[in-house]
Design a protein around this ligand. Structure first.
Ligand SMILES: NC(=O)c1ccc[n+]([C@@H]2O[C@H](COP(=O)([O-])OP(=O)(O)OC[C@H]3O[C@@H](n4cnc5c(N)ncnc54)[C@H](OP(=O)(O)O)[C@@H]3O)[C@@H](O)[C@H]2O)c1
Length: 343
């Protein structure tokens, strides 16, 4: 059966998890790995992934040289969150006629926050007869694609709300640090000001994707400031102990406003000690829809799955820059990947 030739572009925390998952997948041939981190360049990919075997493939910082040598079908791109950083990387992949699935949050729906990059990337992808998709668990699924799918049986919609609550105690230490767990309130505020903590990236993209799917012309998207969640008693994970009064994590909201009404509200909360973890969607309309996934979908597992499951859909998709709402209904690719691309 036909194998899909994959280049791994970015083998940090998420890229490594994707790479390890791809090692188990039939129908995938890894043809190269790119990263610029000094501790990774020149090393065997197996060593970078921390597995006990060599994979006979060295991580290179020279993406252009690699993409010129190997005939890749698709690059799995996982480096950073904003197109100001990722645009040149993705453009260089596209110029080699290689398709891209990326974890870049802004790329999931760049038409609102980065319309110029979106236009350029779409034109470039069409010129080079290739396809680009930004996806992940959130943005990419939980607060946008999934919400859009749930609107399908509605005749009328007044308001949509999506809430994601994560107990960060069950997540990786880097994630706990990213949400400020263990800091004092003053330290948290300082890090927010210095942009050392950015909170969740993607709420604006998710709102814009939902609104466009419904052809709602929003007056504006309002993003509220990222607020600390303060521990009311000592809470802990295996890596961090947060005393009462210190920051356990963060919460943030964004709202889509139309005709002076909040029509889309997204509420993201991640903190150590959250009693209940869930993803909940409420649609006020005809009919009303309420859905709750409990516990919430695990971010890392879900992101890896979203990226890998999107590979065959992107291989078969039309050329250009696409979003999740442009692809067929999302689904898992649990069998040999070749089965999903052969007609
Ligand atoms: N949509 C979603 O649901 C979702 C979910 C998870 C993660 N993400 C996003 O995915 C991105 C990757 O996450 P992560 O946790 O894996 O980050 P990470 O651990 O920082 O890994 C990124 C890797 O890419 C490397 N890199 C940076 N610039 C590069 C370039 N120009 N060329 C090649 N490699 C480059 C980094 O090297 P240096 O360390 O030297 O910079 C690092 O090794 C982040 O922006 C994250 O927010 C999205």
């Amino acid at each position: 059966m036909q194998k899909i030739k994959v280049v791994l572009y970015g083998v940090g925390a998420v890229g490594s998890m994707i790479a390890k998952f791809l090692l188990e997948k039939d129908g995938i041939e890894r043809v190269g790995a790119v990263d610029v981190a000094k501790d990774k360049v020149g090393k065997d990919l197996g060593e970078v992934l921390g597995i006990n075997k060599k994979l006979g493939m060295k991580v290179t910082a020279d993406a252009d040289a690699l993409l010129s040598q190997v005939k890749a079908d698709i690059a799995i791109h996982a480096t950073s969150s904003y197109l100001k950083d990722t645009f040149p990387q993705i453009a260089s992949i596209v110029e080699h006629g290689v398709k891209v699935v990326s974890t870049c949050e802004e790329l999931t729906y760049p038409y609102y926050t980065a319309p110029k990059f979106a236009k350029k990337l779409d034109a470039l992808a069409k010129k080079h007869k290739t396809t680009v998709l930004g996806t992940g668990i959130n943005p990419g699924f939980l607060m946008d694609t999934h919400v859009i799918t749930l609107t399908a049986p509605c005749q009328k919609i007044e308001k949509i709300q999506a809430v994601r609550v994560m107990n960060a105690a069950t997540r990786r230490l880097p994630f706990q640090k990213k949400i400020g767990a263990g800091l004092t309130v003053a330290e948290f505020k300082h890090k927010i000001k210095e942009k050392q903590i950015t909170g969740h990236v993607g709420l604006e993209q998710s709102i814009a994707m939902i609104a466009d799917a419904l052809a709602w012309k929003l007056d504006k998207i309002v993003t509220e400031s990222v607020e600390p969640v303060i521990a009311d008693k000592t809470v802990e994970s295996k890596d961090i102990k947060v005393e009462a009064g210190k920051v356990a994590g963060l919460k943030q909201k964004a709202k889509g406003i139309m005709k002076n009404r909040e029509v889309i509200v997204l509420d993201f909360q991640a903190y150590i000690g959250a009693k209940e973890e869930y993803d909940a969607i409420t649609i006020d309309g005809s009919p009303n829809i309420k859905q709750k996934i409990q516990p919430c979908v695990h971010g890392d597992i879900g992101t890896v799955a979203m990226i890998v499951n999107s590979i065959p859909k992107v291989i078969k998709a039309p050329h250009g820059l696409l979003s999740m709402k442009d692809l067929p209904v999302p689904s898992a690719a649990v069998e040999d990947m070749g089965k999903y691309i052969s007609f």
